[in-house]
Ligand binder design. Sequence first.
Ligand code: PAF
Length: 283
Amino acid sequence: MQIITTKNALLEAVSTAKLQDKTIGFVPTMGALHDGHLTLVKRCVSENDLCFVSVFVNPTQFNDKNDLANYPRTVEADAALLESVGCKVMFVPNADEMYNADEMQKPFEFDFGGLDQVMEGRFRPGHFNGVVQVVSKLFKLVQPTRAYFGEKDFQQLAIIRRMVSVMKFPIEIVGCPIVREASGLALSSRNSLLTSEQRQRAVHISQVLKESQIFALETSVQELHDAVVAAINAREGLDVEYFEIVDGKTLQSIKKWEETDDVVGCITVYCGKIRLIDNIRYK
Ligand code: PAF
């Protein structure tokens, strides 16, 4: 596996691959890799001639400086994991390589068609501007045939699909199901910041979501919403930031189950100071 830190070296690796008519699959990450990422990388390896992975904790998508400072960074372990599953190129730039001073300061402009006004976008203003900024830059550099994203970041995936369509990138976006621990907890780099007690508490989030699937459609949307929020908040140390039952394409909240055939419940919960996200499909 080649470990590349500069855009020029990356462009060289890409042009060599293109000259050899090889397809490139791409997995953008912020590192602190876990089995969820590795599932994406393995799928990428199996569906493309070459798999490229970026590891870059993107400063422009953090609206909270502490969150950025505390984000786990494990580059050496990440490299070993990526090599073990067949990744061919790991791109690990620093912020100066990715951005000039102007780009770091001014919010990146993009027409989100309203997808950024809800959920994560409402609670993390500017977050998705940074995500689109970095992913569009990475796509221009790597020029992949396919790019892989986890469905845990449900809103991000919807926004990336819109970005590809608006910016006309000839890239297939492959959404991959959430990977969970045996306990049900959705895998996340942030889980490494949880104490063992918090980790046990956090399991309650996926349990409540799973149980809610049983009652969905039989109870009103509002009642289901309120029951999920109450059940999670009832557990000491968990605090729901939002739970939205939305149309999976427009991400707008629904009032009645009949409104659409594509319904997902998206949640963010603070477990102590750690912000965890998860989602569940109802339809
Ligand atoms: O999902 C993530 O890890 C990040 O938002 C991404 C897509 C790598 C962009 O920095």
